[in-house]
Design a protein. Structure first.
Length: 423
């Protein structure tokens, strides 16, 4: 599938002949090679084979000159957990522009095309992406919606408070194949309560635990442990690596926690205690975690260092459908003026009547209580960014006194959003 984009005035001759071309199953390797080049890496087909199974050619495209991709863009069809429900989402990915073609408007051309394509499909009211650079996607309406934290610390300093309950269950390390079967079931059961997380079908599970040695950076292969309740039923899991280091004083190994989750607080605490008490391990690191309760379990708050980082960016493509797809923590009746420069059908005033049972959205000409860009509306959607913080920053304008506080209370949720799925 190809189309010829509008060529801006002053475009260099070699760019004037560019075409927007969709990928085909026969050219997957060529497309991935262009993607990896855009990230300054080499494409090794064997390492990326599992990604071929989730690749959607009909949603993957780029701009070509003389039959060669000079930029790429794609999306996966996933399902996103939102407060009180779930919604189809376009998981945007593989966005690159080759170095010699940057600053030429190619990214704007692709992102605009993709947003209009998602809107025309009418299936997904939300798009989601991980940003390689934080400053890129705000101009396309994407708001930082699900912050995450990076945790580090010395394991010997992480003794728990004496009142922490580790329960009467047990934790045991399990071989990979057995563990993954159980983790799949636990993940599926926990998913409805994990705002910000994505569904994983069989192909995505293969991608999740794909583990080439070159990607381990000197650490071990994935290791797995399960928590069992007092009846012997698994109710939590942890996936981790150990990176051996040796100093004159002895071992200085690091445990790297990839994913840890459980159905209850005692199982979660016991899993943490298991990885923190591993013999020969001296430090811990977690690249990506929610507002992790570990920080409150330890006796010395300073023993776990926290670095706040940006997580996925969300973009409401169909504002009414997206707002109606989630539940709200308190009753709300508010008129919001939304500005959207790319998807102009979102621009205008809407009345949001919402509560714990859901929401209804209607168009209105009444005076708005709040005014915001679709970027800010997208940022607060998963309850990861507080509306009042954006109002204090001047990014949300309050026209009716108390409207920001009421909306902030309604858009909040019982637990912070977190996305453990990179795509």
């Amino acid at each position: 599938m190809t189309s010829t984009p509008t060529i801006p005035r002053g475009t260099p001759p070699h760019l004037a002949q560019r075409e927007l071309v969709y990928a085909t199953p026969e050219r997957i390797d060529d497309f991935f090679r262009a993607v990896l080049r855009g990230f300054h890496d080499d494409y090794v087909p064997e390492k990326w084979q599992p990604h071929h199974q989730v690749f959607e050619p009909e949603r993957s495209f780029g701009l070509q000159v003389d039959g060669q991709w000079i930029s790429t863009c794609g999306a996966y069809s996933r399902t996103l957990t939102v407060p009180g429900g779930s919604v189809p989402v376009a998981a945007v990915t593989l966005v690159t522009v080759q170095p010699s073609y940057r600053r030429r408007g190619l990214l704007t051309e692709m992102m605009t095309h993709q947003l209009h394509d998602i809107a025309q499909r009418g299936e997904e009211p939300i798009a989601l992406l991980w940003a390689s650079e934080a400053a890129i996607y705000g101009r396309f309406g994407y708001g930082q919606a699900s912050p995450r934290v990076h945790l580090t610390g010395k394991t010997k300093a992480t003794a728990f408070r004496p009142d922490v309950d580790l329960g009467s269950g047990s934790v045991g390390e399990v071989e990979r194949d057995q563990a993954i079967l159980i983790i799949k079931r636990l993940h599926q059961a926990l998913l409805p309560d994990r705002v910000g997380a994505l569904n994983r079908d069989d192909n995505w599970w293969v991608v999740k635990w794909h583990d080439p040695e070159q990607w381990r950076h000197g650490a071990s292969a994935y290791r797995f442990a399960l928590h069992y309740d007092r009846r012997g039923r698994p109710d939590g899991y942890v996936a981790f690596r150990v990176k051996n280091k040796w100093e004159e004083s002895g071992s200085a190994a690091e445990v790297i926690i990839d994913e840890l989750d459980a159905s209850n607080a005692t199982a979660r605490a016991a899993l943490w205690r298991f990885v923190l008490d591993l013999d020969l391990v001296r430090t811990l690191s977690v690249d990506s975690a929610p507002d992790e309760p570990l920080r409150y379990l330890v006796n010395d708050l300073r023993s776990v260092k926290t670095d706040l980082r940006d997580g996925p960016y969300a973009r409401l493509v169909d504002v009414p459908r997206a707002l109606e797809a989630r539940q709200y923590l308190s009753d709300l009746d508010v008129i919001i003026r939304v500005e959207d420069g790319l998807l102009t059908r979102n621009t205008g005033s809407i009345r949001l009547e919402a509560g714990s049972e859901g929401a209804s959205v209607t168009r209105t000409r009444r005076r708005p209580d709040l005014i915001m860009n679709v970027r800010e509306l997208s940022a607060i959607y998963l309850a990861g960014i507080p509306l009042q913080a954006l109002a204090r920053a001047g990014l949300v304008v309050e026209r009716t006194e108390g409207a920001a506080a009421a909306a902030a209370a309604a858009f909040a949720w019982l637990r912070p959003p977190f996305c453990p799925d990179f795509f």
